[in-house]
Design a protein around this ligand. Structure first.
Ligand code: ADE
Ligand code: ZN
Length: 346
């Protein structure tokens, strides 16, 4: 990577900033072409003739309308090699966009409910990440998410399987339909996960209220909040997030696709950043939402008018908010500082 040139293209500047991706569902990287190929491989009938027809179905009104298609398409992921291919394709793309470290969500219950072994999923992903480390020097963490529309008892059973693969999984998370499924429903499961040494994160404040963010912090002991954009409705919560420097893993293109904000110009990312929150940019489910990490950075830069110093701060926040150790964080942040010293930090 070359030293950033102030007069160089902004896309190259952002691409060359070392970045961590902290909010990425591996099932959400399933591109239509791969979905159709895997459907053919496994003899799964999909109601779409070709990739263009499938892409045309990516027109969502809210989170649930997206999740319905997302879970239906996950049907084509059936063996360890599918997860390996999915994982390695994502890592390759991420590497090309300057992602040096990826913390990857996967949804075990989406697969185990269909009779796919937890071990096949996690082994396929582990092999992909190991290969990405070898080929691209990228590091990773795997985060197993509980589906919050299912019961706490089912999450507990999934935690048993996570613990059988303790050396591969770093953290547990919480995703799927948010409203009506508060973090408190999973407090005991997360207690157990933390007792066993797992780190915790949770989606909160995407469609759900700020109270869910409080619950995630107080009852689930989370290290960061996935999305969290609705925190702005609660000034005391915003002050707490700033004070505790809890990272928010914000996903701008996702938020527009799922109607959290009507237009990218309306997104509150810049306000939150300028208020002093540890905001990060992420891609969530890039195959469905029109872009990977670089496209998310560039979309907010263009729509909200971020400076180069602010873009560097977003990259720095992604490293600081990651589960990398202190030495690795220091090295990446020093490199970002050396690339962004043409302007004072935001
Ligand atoms: N699963 C995949 N993407 C998600 C999102 N944005 N919110 C909740 N659950 C998800
Ligand atoms: Zn998500």
């Amino acid at each position: 990577m070359s030293r950033a040139n102030p007069s160089g293209s902004l896309a190259a500047y952002v691409r060359d900033l070392p970045k961590a991706e902290l909010h990425l569902h591996i099932e959400g990287t399933l591109e239509p072409e791969l979905a159709l190929r895997l459907a053919h491989k496994h003899g799964v009938a999909l109601p779409f003739a070709d990739a263009a027809e499938l892409r045309a179905a990516y027109d969502f009104s809210d989170l649930q309308s997206f999740l319905d298609l997302y879970y239906a398409l996950a049907e084509v992921l059936r063996d360890g090699d599918d997860f390996y291919r999915l994982g390695l394709s994502y890592m390759q793309r991420a590497h090309e966009q300057g992602v040096v470290h990826a913390e990857i969500f996967f949804d075990p219950q989406t697969h185990t409910a269909r009779g796919i072994a937890f071990g096949a999923v996690v082994e396929g992903l582990r092999l992909a990440c190991t290969e990405a480390e070898r080929r691209f020097g990228m590091t990773h963490r795997l985060i197993a998410c509980f589906l919050r529309h299912l019961s706490a008892a089912e999450a507990n059973r999934t935690l048993d399987e996570v613990l059988e693969h303790r050396e591969i999984v770093t953290a547990v998370g919480l995703d799927s339909s948010e409203v009506g499924h508060p973090p408190s429903k999973f407090a005991a499961v997360f207690d157990r996960a933390r007792e066993q040494g797992l780190l915790t994160v949770a989606h909160a404040g995407e469609e759900g209220p700020p109270a869910y963010i409080h619950e995630a912090l107080d009852l689930l002991g989370v290290r960061r909040i996935d999305h969290g954009v609705r925190c702005e409705e609660d000034p005391a919560l915003v002050r707490r997030l700033i004070r505790e420097q809890i990272a928010l893993t914000v996903c701008p293109l996702s938020n527009v696709k799922l109607g959290v904000f009507d237009r990218i110009e309306d997104h509150n990312l810049k306000r939150l950043l300028e208020a002093g929150l540890r905001v990060t940019v992420n891609s969530d489910d890039p195959a469905y939402f029109g872009g990977y990490l670089l496209e998310n950075y560039l979309a907010v830069e263009r729509a909200l008018g971020l400076t180069r110093a602010q873009l560097a701060t977003l990259a720095r926040n992604s490293i600081a908010g990651s589960f990398l150790d202190a030495d690795a964080k220091r090295r990446w942040i020093d490199l970002i500082d050396s690339r962004s010293d043409d302007e004072p930090a935001a």
